[in-house]
Design a protein. Structure first.
Length: 76
């Protein structure tokens, strides 16, 4: 299993990444912008805790497959 950050899901206006839990928000956004062209002038931004679109999930949801990694959703 990879020990690298990766894009796990791509939507039209959102993506999900699986990153090491110590990855800063700035590093997450930079990684997302390098991996997937956003198509908006603002680029990707992290869906924050309390956002209804998270559907009750955490902003940094622990990965069930890789210890020490979290899933983060970003919006365009």
């Amino acid at each position: 299993m990879s020990e690298e950050n990766e894009v796990t899901r791509r939507g039209v206006l959102d993506i999900q990444v699986c990153v090491k839990e110590e990855t800063t928000d700035e590093e997450v956004v930079n990684f997302a912008n390098r991996q997937v062209l956003c198509g908006t002038s603002g680029g990707w931004f992290i869906r924050k805790e309390g956002d209804k679109a998270l559907g009750g999930d955490l902003e940094r949801e622990p990965c069930k497959k890789r210890k020490g990694f979290v899933h983060i959703t970003l919006d365009a």
